[in-house]
Design a protein around this ligand. Structure first.
Ligand SMILES: [Zn+2]
Length: 191
């Protein structure tokens, strides 16, 4: 087993030398997942030199190499041919090596574009958040100004003026009613 790892690291030296951030690894992983259609999701845990693949998840140490990601993704592709709960008799076979080779060929064609696109998106997201924060800050500052206070007071005054008008017209109606009944009383004498 150790021999297999050593040999693999020799064959795919470039991939094992390529250290990526978690974010970059995830960007590559998501592309591979939609291309090869395996079901595992990706979690980062710890900082060892080993990864892990089950029917459901691929576990990688933080900030690891592209080689290790591809090693585990190749296992995910091996899992695709198995029923749930089954395990292959041997994990580290010639087939595993050839799957790795195929994945790396695919990554070499497009990987850089994926990563730069993902980084660009992240950058844009950060800028949007910063803009929103600036806006929020500006609003907090604006709320302290006389202009803002006057705006609020103006709105309240309008609300109360509307209420006042309504009260006045209702009072008028009541007074009219009162007069009507007073007249009727005076005509007919006391009820
Ligand atoms: Zn393995």
């Amino acid at each position: 087993m150790i021999q297999y790892y050593a040999k693999e690291r020799e064959i795919f030296k470039d991939a094992y030398d390529a250290d990526l951030t978690d974010f970059e690894l995830r960007a590559v992983f998501e592309r591979l997942k939609s291309h090869y259609k395996f079901r595992q999701y990706l979690v980062f845990k710890g900082t060892s030199f080993r990864g892990h693949c089950t029917h459901w998840e691929i576990r990688l140490p933080h900030d690891t190499s592209l080689g290790l990601l591809v090693h585990e993704v190749a296992h995910a592709i091996q899992f695709k041919k198995l029923h749930l709960g089954d395990k292959p008799k041997k994990w580290h076979t010639k087939r595993h090596t050839s799957i790795m080779r195929r994945i790396l060929k695919y990554i070499n064609e497009k990987g850089e574009v994926w990563i730069s696109k993902a980084n660009l998106k992240a950058e844009q997201r950060i800028q949007t958040v910063e803009k929103q924060e600036l806006k929020a800050k500006a609003l907090v500052e604006f709320k302290k100004t006389p202009d803002y206070k006057l705006q609020v007071i103006g709105k309240r005054i309008k609300q109360w003026e509307t209420k006042k008008k309504r009260a006045e017209s209702y009072l008028k109606k009541l007074l009219r009613n009162k007069k009507y009944w007073e007249k009727r009383r005076d005509k007919n004498g006391r009820i």
